[in-house]
Design a protein. Structure first.
Length: 179
């Protein structure tokens, strides 16, 4: 029964991957948009925001940095252990006719590190700048979708990244701020 459920989930995951990644294959605007979204989920963007926040708001900038650093220290080992335990092949490795638009930073697919980091950043920034909550979560969602569109991840990888990013941020809030 459990194996059948996993098979059904995997089938839907693959179907949804192909729906997202191949539906607009020849749309140059979407290629550029999702390429840019994916790059914005890299760590360089996170570091730039941290420096900017310390510059504009030193009073809460230190809390932002402390929470962010702790959240990343929580997130990364879990991410690394999951990647290297599950060892889920990326879509382009599993299907020879799928070509990634960019080169992935590592070999395995589950969970999405870009999505995890984007949601971690969105969650922490939303705490300090609640007015930006919606744009931040829309951006994070687009980072996740871009990873599917570009042929690098399945939807379940993105969902796991969302859970990991938000969970790491909230655990960090709890440890540092006691909330």
């Amino acid at each position: 029964m459990f194996r059948t459920l996993l098979h059904v989930i995997d089938s839907w995951d693959v179907l949804l991957f192909f729906t997202i990644s191949h539906r607009f294959e020849k749309n140059k605007f979407l290629h550029q948009l999702f390429y840019g979204m994916s790059i914005s989920g890299d760590g360089l963007f996170f570091g730039s925001i941290a420096i900017f926040i310390i510059y504009i708001s030193p009073d809460w900038g230190k809390d932002f940095i402390n929470i962010s650093v702790l959240a990343l220290f929580i997130q990364f080992p879990i991410y690394y252990i999951l990647k290297n335990t599950v060892k889920r092949q990326r879509p382009f490795a599993a299907f020879s006719f799928v070509s990634p638009i960019i080169i992935p930073p590592d070999k395995y697919s589950f969970p999405s590190g870009h999505t995890s980091t984007a949601f971690l950043l969105a969650t922490i920034l939303s705490f300090f700048l609640p007015i930006l909550q919606w744009p931040l979560y829309i951006w994070s969602t687009l980072v996740g979708i871009s990873r599917i569109y570009l042929g690098l991840h399945y939807p379940i990888d993105i969902i796991a990244g969302i859970i990991l990013g938000i969970g790491s941020a909230y655990l960090s809030f709890n440890i540092i701020l006691g909330i």
